[in-house]
Design a protein around this ligand. Structure first.
Ligand code: ARG
Ligand code: ZN
Length: 876
């Protein structure tokens, strides 16, 4: 049941208004839906097609008259009324059982409260409806529920009426003044409290902001509120976009499949991205909250005011909104080096997750051509690669040009459901640019490889860079050349940027120029280059590609100590490390002796102690490429060899740099009250990296350092880092784990951390994971909890997951199946852990194939899991 983009047809009927009435009851909720439809002149069909899933139809009336069984067709999940009148009022009454809904899609109960999640296709689990994003309507919602159990009744838009009913029930009526697609509908009926604030927009208009949480969490809402206000201000300043409602609500829920949801005026969040105070949340958590609060808020324009025509266009809103939240987070730090740190993080995510996806069985273009289950396409490709594609517009047309493109996009499409092509057209038209070739970034899957070669002519003082691109053709696609912005700088022997003059660019001297690679191969010439330079290619990671260039170690060391572009400075260090890690891995596999050269150690030392650099940057530059990223570089993956090689490098560096690590540990303390600002967070990151290194082969002094930090830490960042270091040190961390649990057992998000850090520890094998599953706090029903233990093992502990006997794959299969019965979306995510199975040794492959086949053979698999495992088994 594959759905194809090319089969798109406009809806046969449009919806003007929707009036929903809810009688909320966990076991049996009655939904009354009065919807006015009119025929869409763009459609030849006169059939009304409504979607519905897991609903009990009680009554159906058309234009006031009940429809009898023969007057409509109920086929699987569609209800069709043939040859309908041009204007129709449908009254639909259905029953649903929210308490039994473990999928967390549609209307469900979490910790006794009601919540909804409708994107992508959850609204059809609430009522019969044309549940597709190109049907936009005005909603009025009446909520009725027991007042004592559900004192708070929320929906989209404005509260227009509330009052008491009989039997201890009450009601609230909400009206959303904006048309919206059904996936943006939301309701909350709950026992919650809020932090609220009146906030004045730049226009002078006052709005009400609320963050709703369970009572015990009211001490953890400040940062989300602050992030919301920052987001509102930032969108006004950077894009001239104002909040269009009088009221904006964020609600936290503990059971949630994804990060958060941008429902109009009523954003619903995973607690993980709302709740924070220094005691329970780490710097990474704080950064996540800022980014996700921003992300959902920014969706109000990029997603809600302008939405997607169909789900193939998902990246239209997600890629753009991720780009916007990335820029927001960078602007919040404000410094160039801070921006660079956020950029490096983005590059790491791409390499860790998106490049593998793009090379695996679930590879898809940023705008897919087909899918089986749309929920499987909320991917790093749609989100993060999509954001890279949006970023490339900005690189090509400049920041001001990008703003012009955005302005034109809204001028043209406000209130519409549009396609990725419409965004590209706005960028092109606003800037007078031909961006037709750029379309291939949307239509072609895979990571392009750009191979660079250079030639210096001392007599002519020219420096040529030849760029060749290629992208592996996928089964169903021949690849044509992409339009790739390649930002380049040239370093002189003194480490400074040479002023650049090229044929294509103006004759001004710039430190960085953006070369536009459009053909398969192109040569770019730089003039007046007085000495042989060291090229810094793909500065700021100007395109989501793999750059190949035969750098010498000397050139990389030069870049690593001098490149003015921090991203490429970091990148040079990664290249130095990767070359060695690959050699070490081969040596481990061959049983050869392992060594690490002094040059590399010296470069790491110089960087570690360079106080002119941001601690956050130094920390990133010292993190070695992950085992997953190393694996992607190998023809045949041997996870144990990779692990051993990487551990050897870490141990060697730790031993060689011990005095410097200790000095940095002490120099980067952050005494006083906790603040999540980037500078303090960077210091903690560097300090805790030093601590982790110091505990690789610890003596009593280092153990004492970690124990002391664990005991005395004034914040979760330091406490958790000390605990992880202790766990990884191999010394018995049992007592510390125990006391940590005792201290935080009431804090679900911290208990998640407790499971996660054990799951990812190199000493945790599958038997230990099974043991942890017996812990009373473990449950498969809560996605955060399931992920904390299971996903952190399968994805975060490669050397144990890929144990030679295949026992962890059996564990994987068992839990994909178990989870699928509860929550297909979460199960399908877990199923993805096996994506790259064909790249492992034959012995591991055989085990993995058996595990995949075991899942595939299971009766009653969801579409979600079926799509993932059958693509894994089919893909070459
Ligand atoms: N639109 C949401 C976001 O990016 C994601 C919701 C996706 N949910 C799902 N079940 N597929 O912020
Ligand atoms: Zn989003």
């Amino acid at each position: 049941q594959t759905i194809f983009r090319k089969d798109y047809l406009p809806p046969s009927y449009l919806v003007d208004t929707v009036e929903l009435g809810f009688d909320l009851d966990p076991a049996r909720t009655i939904v009354a839906n009065r919807v006015t439809l009119r025929h869409n002149p763009l459609s030849k069909s006169r059939d009304i097609v409504l979607h519905g899933e897991e609903l009990e139809l009680v009554q159906l009336r058309m234009n006031g008259k009940p429809l009898q069984a023969g007057q409509y067709e109920l086929n699987g999940n569609t209800l069709t009324i043939r040859k309908a009148p041009l204007a129709v009022v449908l009254e639909i009454e259905t029953l649903t059982a929210p308490a039994k809904n473990t999928t967390l899609s549609g209307l469900y109960v979490s910790n006794g409260n009601f919540f909804t999640q409708c994107e992508a296709e959850g609204f059809r689990r609430i009522t019969y409806f044309p549940d597709r994003p190109d049907v936009m309507a005005k909603y009025t919602v009446m909520l009725r529920a027991d007042k004592a159990l559900y004192p708070v009744l929320l929906s989209n838009g404005n509260l227009v009426e509330q009052g008491e009913l009989d039997d201890g029930r009450h009601y609230a009526k909400w009206e959303d003044p904006f048309k919206k697609p059904s996936y943006l509908f939301a309701l909350v009926a709950a026992r919650l409290v809020c932090q609220e604030e009146r906030y004045t927009l730049q226009s002078g208009r006052e709005v009400l902001l609320q963050v709703w949480v369970e009572e015990g969490n009211l001490d953890k809402t400040d940062y989300a509120m602050q992030s919301l206000k920052n987001s509102i201000r930032w969108d006004e300043e950077r894009f001239g976009l104002e909040l269009d409602l009088d009221r904006f609500m964020i609600v936290a829920v503990g059971d949630f499949n994804m990060g958060a949801m941008e429902n109009k005026g009523l954003n619903i969040f995973n607690t993980k991205f709302v709740l924070a105070n220094p005691r329970v949340a780490t710097d990474v958590d704080y950064a996540g909250i800022e980014a996700v609060v921003g992300h959902e808020y920014f969706h109000n324009w990029t997603g809600n005011r302008v939405t997607c025509r169909d789900w193939f266009q998902l990246s239209l809103k997600e890629g753009l909104t991720v780009f916007r939240d990335q820029e927001f987070s960078a602007d919040m730090i404000g410094t160039d080096s801070g921006r660079a740190v956020t950029r490096i993080d983005q590059v790491r995510t791409l390499r860790q997750a998106q490049f593998p996806e793009d090379a695996g069985p679930m590879a898809h273009p940023v705008r897919p051509d087909s899918f089986v289950e749309i929920n499987n396409f909320y991917t790093v490709t749609i989100y993060e690669k999509g954001a890279e594609v949006v970023r490339m517009y900005q690189t090509l047309v400049g920041r001001d040009g990008f703003r012009k493109g955005m302005d034109l996009y809204f001028a043209r499409h406000d209130g519409q459901a549009v396609e990725c092509d419409d965004f590209r057209a706005a960028m092109a038209d606003a800037n007078g640019r031909d961006l037709s070739q750029f379309e291939r970034w949307y239509s072609q899957a895979g990571t392009p490889v750009v191979r660079a070669e250079t030639r210096y002519d001392a007599a002519a003082k020219t420096f040529d860079i030849t760029l060749r691109q290629h992208c592996a053709a996928s089964a169903d696609q021949q690849q044509l050349p992409f339009h790739i912005p390649v930002a380049v700088g040239l370093l002189g022997a003194d480490g400074r940027d040479l002023p650049l003059k090229t044929d294509a660019q103006d004759r001004q001297g710039h430190a960085t120029v953006v070369l536009e690679l459009r053909r398969e191969e192109q040569t770019f010439r730089f003039h007046d280059i007085a000495e042989r330079p060291t090229p810094s290619i793909l500065r700021d990671f100007s395109a989501p590609v793999v750059l190949e260039y035969d750098y010498s170690d000397a050139e990389l060391l030069h870049l690593f100590s001098h490149d003015s572009d921090p991203v490429n400075r970091w990148e040079a260090g990664q290249r130095l490390a990767m070359a060695r890690l690959l050699k070490l891995t081969a040596a481990v596999a061959a049983g050869a002796p392992l060594t690490l050269d002094d040059t590399f150690i010296a470069a790491q030392r110089a960087l570690l102690v360079d106080d002119s650099l941001d601690p956050a940057f130094r920390e990133l530059a010292l993190i070695l490429p992950s085992e997953t990223i190393i694996a992607e570089r190998m023809a045949v993956v041997e996870p144990q060899a990779i692990h051993t090689a990487r551990q050897f490098m870490r141990r060697t560096l730790a031993a060689a740099l011990k005095p410097e690590l200790l000095a940095q540990y002490h120099a980067n303390q952050t005494p006083g009250a906790y603040s999540p600002d980037a500078l303090s967070a960077g210091k903690r990151a560097l300090k805790n990296l030093a601590l982790a290194y110091l505990l690789i082969a610890p003596r009593e002094a280092e153990l004492a350092l970690a124990r002391r930090q664990f005991a005395e830490a004034g914040n979760m960042t330091d406490r958790a880092a000390a605990l992880v270091a202790l766990i990884h040190s191999g010394s018995d961390a049992g007592a510390h784990l125990h006391s940590f649990y005792q201290d935080f057992e009431q804090e679900a998000l911290v208990v998640d951390k407790w499971f996660a850090m054990q799951a990812a520890a190199p000493g945790t094998d599958v038997a230990a994971v099974r043991q942890l599953m017996e812990h009373p706090a473990f449950t498969l029903k809560n996605p955060n909890r399931a992920r904390s233990l299971i996903f952190n093992f399968t994805n975060g502990n490669p050397s144990q997951f890929h144990a030679a006997d295949g026992s962890a794959y059996e564990f994987w299969a068992e839990h994909v199946i178990k989870l699928d019965a509860l929550n297909p979306q979460v199960a399908a995510r877990l199923a993805r852990s096996m994506d790259r199975w064909r790249r492992y040794t034959p012995a591991l492959q055989a085990h993995m194939q058996r595990a995949l086949e075991r899942v595939a053979a299971h009766a009653r698999l969801s579409n979600d899991v079926l799509e993932v495992v059958s693509k894994a088994l089919a893909g070459a």
